[in-house]
Design a protein around this ligand. Structure first.
Ligand code: ARG
Length: 575
C-alpha cells in the first residue's frame, strides 16, 4: 500500500522537477493543513522568481484531485494540502484489511541484506547503560528494517579477546584454587575484573603469569582456550539474562565476537602490505587514511598491529567488514555504537574503501548515540559512584512499575507482575528510544514511568483503554468490512493520523531514528484522546457512526500495539 505522503511526494516531485531539475518538495504536517509543502520558496529564490507565482505554477502542473479536496497556495509561497474524505477512507480500508497495516516495502527480505552490529558488551565486564542504548536502539532498528522488507542479520560483536584475558584467566585459576574451574560461577563480573586487575598491579609473579597466559592464548594452547571459553560462557549467561529481561531479540547464535576474526588477521595485514597501504610507525603497523588529522594537523594512524605483535580493535573491525561483505553478502552494515567511536568507524570505513573491501554499492553507517546522564547531568552512576548494572536497573524498573500500578488502584485481572514487567521495561526502553538518539538524555524514573506525556506507560495505557471499550461493549472487535463515515472533524483528524503510520515507519528507518516513530505514536494517542472525548463510541448517535468509530478505535489500538512492537515494547490488553 502506498501511503498518502509518498503519493503526494511523488506527484509533487514531478511538478517541482519540471520547474527545475533536482528540486525537492518538503512535506510537513501543519496547523492549517494535513500537509504543508515547503521548498517552492527556496526554489523561487534560487531561480530569481516570484515565490507565489512559482507555487501556483507547481500546483497547476500536478493533478492531485484523487487525493486532495483542497490545494491552496498560502503565505509567501507554501502549498497547503487537505486530503479528501474518499481518499482517507480508501486508505483506512486498505490498512484495516491488511495484517501489516499497510506498512512495508514489498516482500520479506526483498530489499537486500543488512548486517546490524549492536549491543556488543565486553566479556568479564558487566553490561552498562551504554550497552543498554545500543541493545535497545539496535533491536528496534532490526525490527523496523525487517518490517520494511530488509533481510536483517543481527551480529553481537562481543569484546571477547585481547590482553586482559591473561590476567582474567590466571585469576580464574587462582579462585578455583585447585578445585574444578568448570563449576565456578561469577556472580559479579565487575568485581571479578577488579580483583584480577588488583592482583596484576600488585603482584609481579601474577603479572608475569598473566603475560605468559596471553601468549598461550594467542598461540591457541588447548588448556588456555578451554579456560577462556569458560569465562566467555560465564559472561554470556549474564548477557542472556539481561536480553531476556529486556525482550531483546539477540540470541547466542548472533554472537560473532572479536575472537571470531583471529584467524583472518595475519592475512589482513599481508593484504594491506601488498596494497602498499601499511606504514611502520614506532614499531606498529598502521594505515594513514587521508583526511584524518589530530589537533596539531598531523596525520592520524589507524593502528592495525601493535609493536608487540598483538592486534587491536581496528584490525578486528576491518576483518569484520570483509567478512560481512564477502561471506555474509551484506549490502549495508549498520553499527549501533556510542558517539565517542565516530572517528574509529570513519577511519575503518575509509581504510576498507581504499582497500576495496567495502565496494561503492555497500553502505556502512555508524548509527551513533549520546550518553545517559544522572540527575546531576553527569554520567549516570550509582550513589556510590559506580557504574550502574543493567540487571539491577531493570529489576528496579519492574518494582517501581508495581508501585505505580498499585498507586493508581488499577485492577489487572491478568496479574500485576506481568503488567508491571511490560510497563517497567517498556518505560525504560521508551525513554531511551523517544529521545533523538544523538542527544544525551537524563535517566529520570519519575518521568519515564509517568502516565502523562510522551512515555511508554502513556501509550500502553492508551492502547489498553481502547481494548477496554470493546470489552465494555461486549464485542470482539470492529467490523472491518464496513465503509466508514466521517461526520466530525475529530474523526477526520484521527484518520489522517492513522494513515500516516507507514510514512512514520519509513522515516524512522531512513534516518535510523526510532524517536520518529515514538513521536508519531504519541501524536496518534493524543489525537485519539480528543476524538474519544468528543465522539462517543458505544453510545454513538446511530449504527453507522458506531460502526465507523469502532473501526477507528480498533485501528488505533492496532497501530499503537504494532508501533510499540516495532520498538520492542509490549502492549498489555489491560492495565
Ligand atoms: N565492545 C565495544 C564496546 O563496548 C563495542 C563494539 C562495537 N562494535 C564494533 N564492531 N566495534 O565499546
Amino acid at each position: 500500500m502506498r501511503d498518502a505522503k509518498s503519493i503526494l511526494y511523488e506527484r509533487l516531485s514531478v511538478a517541482f522537477s519540471e520547474v527545475s531539475l533536482g528540486a525537492d518538495p518538503v512535506l510537513r504536517p501543519s496547523a492549517h493543513a494535513d500537509f504543508q509543502v515547503n521548498g517552492a520558496l527556496a526554489l523561487a529564490k534560487s531561480l530569481g522568481r516570484n515565490p507565489r507565482e512559482l507555487a501556483e505554477s507547481i500546483v497547476a502542473g500536478c493533478d492531485l484531485t484523487d487525493v486532495c479536496e483542497a490545494v491552496e497556495v498560502s503565505g509567501p509561497g507554501f502549498i497547503n494540502l487537505r486530503l479528501s474524505e474518499s481518499f482517507l477512507v480508501s486508505q483506512a480500508l486498505q490498512m484495516a484489511s491488511d495484517s501489516g497495516l499497510g506498512v512495508g516495502g514489498g516482500q520479506e527480505g526483498s530489499r537486500g541484506r543488512v548486517v546490524v552490529d549492536y549491543s556488543a558488551p565486553n566479556v568479564a565486564k558487566e553490561m552498562h547503560v551504554g550497552h543498554l542504548r545500543s541493545s535497545v536502539i539496535g533491536d528496534a532498528l532490526c525490527r523496523l528494517l525487517e518490517r520494511e522488507g530488509y533481510d536483517v542479520i543481527r551480529e553481537n560483536h562481543v569484546g571477547d579477546w585481547g590482553t586482559p584475558f591473561g590476567m582474567l584467566i590466571e585469576h580464574l585459576v587462582d579462585v578455583a584454587d585447585g578445585g574444578a574451574v568448570e563449576e565456578l560461577t561469577v556472580s559479579d563480573l565487575d568485581a571479578f575484573y577488579r580483583e584480577a586487575r588488583t592482583c596484576f598491579d600488585s603482584d609481579e609473579e601474577f603479572a608475569e603469569r598473566s603475560r605468559r597466559r596471553v601468549v598461550k592464548l594467542q598461540s591457541g594452547d588447548r588448556e588456555t582456550l578451554d579456560l577462556w571459553r569458560l569465562l566467555v560462557a560465564e559472561s554470556m549467561r549474564h548477557f542472556e539474562e539481561v536480553y531476556s529481561r529486556l525482550g531483546v531479540l539477540l540470541t547466542p547464535e548472533d554472537v560473532v565476537g572479536e575472537s571470531y576474526y583471529n584467524s583472518m588477521l595475519d592475512s589482513l595485514v599481508e593484504d594491506l602490505d601488498d596494497l602498499g597501504m601499511l606504514v611502520e610507525d614506532d614499531g606498529a603497523k598502521c594505515v594513514f587514511p587521508p583526511g584524518f588529522t589530530n589537533r596539531d594537523g598531523e596525520p592520524l594512524p589507524l593502528i592495525i598491529q601493535k609493536s608487540d605483535g598483538g592486534y587491536g580493535y581496528a584490525a578486528t573491525d576491518l576483518a569484520a567488514i570483509r567478512d560481512r561483505v564477502d561471506d555474509k553478502g551484506a549490502k549495508r552494515i549498520v553499527y549501533v555504537v556510542g558517539a565517542p567511536q565516530a572517528q574509529h568507524f570513519a577511519m575503518c570505513f575509509a581504510v576498507a574503501r581504499a582497500a576495496g573491501w567495502l565496494p561503492d554499492d555497500v553502505e556502512a553507517v555508524h548509527v551513533e548515540f549520546g550518553n545517559v546522564l544522572g540527575s546531576d547531568r553527569k554520567m549516570f552512576k550509582t550513589r556510590s559512584g559506580e557504574t550502574v548494572k543493567l540487571i539491577d536497573l531493570l529489576d528496579e524498573a519492574v518494582e517501581r512499575a508495581v508501585s505505580a500500578i498499585s498507586e493508581r488502584g488499577d485492577s489487572v485481572s491478568s496479574g500485576i507482575e506481568s503488567v508491571a514487567r511490560m510497563l517497567g521495561i517498556g518505560a525504560v526502553k521508551y525513554a531511551d528510544l523517544s529521545t533523538e538518539r544523538t542527544r544525551d538524555y537524563m535517566f529520570d524514573w519519575e518521568r519515564m514511568l509517568a502516565f502523562e506525556g510522551n512515555t511508554g506507560p502513556y501509550l500502553q495505557y492508551a492502547h489498553a483503554r481502547i481494548r477496554s471499550i470493546f470489552r465494555k461493549g461486549g464485542v470482539e472487535g470492529a467490523d472491518v468490512t464496513i465503509v466508514p463515515v466521517i461526520r466530525d472533524e475529530r474523526e477526520r483528524a484521527l484518520l489522517v493520523a492513522l494513515v500516516g503510520f507507514g510514512a512514520a515507519v519509513s522515516e524512522a528507518v531512513a534516518t535510523y531514528s526510532p524517536s520518529k516513530l515514538c513521536a508519531y505514536l504519541f501524536d496518534l494517542a493524543t489525537t485519539f484522546t480528543s476524538f474519544y472525548e468528543g465522539c462517543p463510541v458505544l453510545n454513538a448517535p446511530d449504527a453507522e457512526s458506531r460502526g465507523s468509530r469502532m473501526l477507528y478505535c480498533e485501528m488505533t489500538a492496532r497501530v499503537l500495539a504494532d508501533g510499540l512492537g516495532l520498538l520492542g515494547i509490549e502492549a498489555p490488553e489491560q492495565m
